[in-house]
Design a protein around this ligand. Structure first.
Ligand SMILES: Nc1nc2c(ncn2[C@@H]2O[C@H](COP(=O)(O)OP(=O)(O)O)[C@@H](O)[C@H]2O)c(=O)[nH]1
Ligand SMILES: [Mg+2]
Length: 507
């Protein structure tokens, strides 16, 4: 079985792990020489600049040469970078870490048990528990996945970690699971949008990062690959968040079956082009080894006695499965990725990749909104001019300006940050909330559902209408038939009356 070491992104000798000992200049020099033996030294620069071996002169692009020279000078000045890891450590110690983990998957796969095992039962009853889906308006999503949020704060060696755990419940529990993944994506998107608005408002001291940094997707240990709901949910999630697939209840498999199941999951993930978060590989591990993901976990809040020692695990008639034993499952490796060696990677990737993608979409939305607004203003102005004075010279259209009157400026403290943002920005929070619908997965799904529903209702009405029409035609026919009968009866009676009349006249 794979060992956790193969995924260490920081090996024992790496500069980042030796935070308390500033790096020695020689460490970096050795490293540089090994990686870039052709780099210019300071002496060579004096004689051969600007044509260094690092770059060739580029007359068309002088900026390129300047950049290359700067890079060479910095590289030869190794001493100034040695405190970087220490600075990073100090910054993290000062600010602490805010980390949000989403745990998704079908009910009963051990998600709650896993979270409690990971945090060693530190999440107490005082933690916040909210059902996010209550906030989703409309009846369409009443019976669907709900999200429960719990929080915990840790302090260790002067570092503070504030963790939020968002756990799904009810995913795939209903007969119609078509939109089961939506509340998860809706939550992730809304936290990105909220962060963007918070970033733009004037007072950012209280900015809290509620963006989801990682999503663990629990897979049912069936031994038969992924379900369609797993595929669509993971596809959607992976476009928004760092996704880590997890095989639940690894104690359901023997070693060989688990390896085969993991292989089939990896193949399905590759086939469906789902991107998963893979920790950067340890540079010291060059050999091609079988990947560890999807992480197979065993979770247990209880301990079992093994050779007189208590260990977290589950006891069976045939023996025990231990949570922290790498031979039994990947719990230790996964907790190292989440809570240890890759936590900052996950936070950085969230900010640099997933948030950036969402931010760009929202920006495009704003740009489109402002262009539409300018167009409307111009059209209104032109039609007003045409009505009054006839065609006039085209005036340049002024962009809608922020509305902050004097009284508002004086009473700036009265507003909370988001209200203030809505006031000072032409396209504030309210505007954004309304207009980002165009990219909102929930909204798009609702539009799709509404269109389907409308098609269904109109088809039904048409059938009803045809049926009523036919019934009406038949009733009309029956009426006509009855009328004809009555008419014939009247005719025969008239004949009879005529005959009686002539007989009376003869007598
Ligand atoms: N065999 C086995 N059972 C587990 C494991 N983790 C949790 N369970 C059990 O599975 C059941 C459902 O667990 P729970 O955490 O409530 O699942 P959730 O609905 O996904 O939150 C409980 O009876 C747990 O004791 C595991 O790793 N192996
Ligand atoms: Mg649960």
């Amino acid at each position: 079985m794979s060992t956790p070491e193969m995924y260490n992104c920081e090996d024992e000798n790496s500069p980042v792990t030796k935070l308390s000992e500033p790096l020695q200049a020689t460490d970096l020099r050795d490293d540089d020489e090994a990686r870039a033996p052709s780099l210019a030294t300071e002496d060579s620069l004096k004689t051969s600049a600007p044509s260094t071996p690092y770059t060739t002169p580029d007359d068309d692009n002088p900026m390129r040469n300047i950049a290359a020279e700067t890079m060479v000078v910095l590289r030869t000045n190794t001493g100034c970078l040695k405190y970087l890891p220490l600075q990073r450590k100090k910054i993290v110690a000062r600010k602490g870490v805010t980390f949000t983990m989403m745990v998704a998957g079908e009910s009963g796969l051990g998600k709650t048990t896993f979270v409690n095992t990971l945090f060693r039962d530190q999440i107490t009853d005082t933690s916040v528990s909210v059902s996010v889906s209550e906030r989703v308006e409309g009846s369409l999503f009443d019976k669907t996945t709900k999200l429960n949020i719990r929080q915990v704060e840790y302090t260790e060696n002067g570092f503070t970690g504030r963790f939020t755990i968002v756990e799904s419940s009810g995913l795939g529990d209903y007969t119609n699971n078509k939109s089961a993944w939506l509340p998860l994506c809706q939550y992730i998107d809304s936290q990105h949008a909220l962060y963007m608005c918070e970033e733009e408002q004037p007072f950012r001291e209280e900015l809290v990062d509620t963006r989801v940094h990682v999503c663990l997707y629990f897979i049912y240990p069936s031994g038969h690959g992924l379900l369609p709901l797993d595929i669509i949910t993971m596809q959607e999630l992976s476009q928004r968040v760092n996704l880590i697939p997890v095989v639940a209840k690894a104690d359901s498999f023997c070693k060989e079956d688990l390896l085969n199941f993991k292989r089939s999951i990896r193949q399905a993930i590759q086939e469906h082009e789902i991107s998963v978060f893979c920790p950067p590989a340890n540079s010291s591990v060059g050999k091609a080894m079988e990947p560890i993901w999807p992480y197979a976990v065993i979770a247990s809040e209880k301990t079992v006695n093994v050779n007189g020692e208590e260990a977290r695990g589950r006891r069976y008639r045939w023996g025990v499965s231990l949570v922290d034993d790498p031979e039994h499952c990947d719990f230790t490796s996964l907790s190292e990725v989440l809570m240890g060696k890759n936590m900052l990677d996950l936070i950085d990737t969230t900010h640099e990749v997933h948030y950036e993608r969402q931010r760009r979409l929202l920006m495009q939305q704003r740009l489109k909104a402002s262009t539409d607004l300018q167009k409307k203003e111009r059209e209104a102005e032109e039609s007003a001019n045409a009505l009054t004075k006839g065609p006039t010279e085209k005036k340049s259209v002024t962009f809608m300006s922020p509305v902050v009157d004097n009284a508002d400026t004086m009473a700036i403290d009265r507003y909370n940050s988001l209200e203030l943002l809505a006031k000072v920005m032409p396209f504030g929070y309210d505007y954004l909330r309304k207009n980002r619908l165009e990219h909102n997965s929930l909204f798009l799904q609702r539009v799709r559902c509404a269109q389907e529903e409308m098609g269904r209702v109109s088809a039904l009405q048409e059938t009803h209408f045809k049926k009523w029409n036919e019934e009406l035609r038949q009733a009309k026919e029956a009426c006509q038939h009855e009328l004809d009968g009555l008419y014939r009866e009247v005719e025969s009676l008239q004949h009879a009356v005529g005959a009686l009349d002539s007989r009376r006249r003869h007598h």
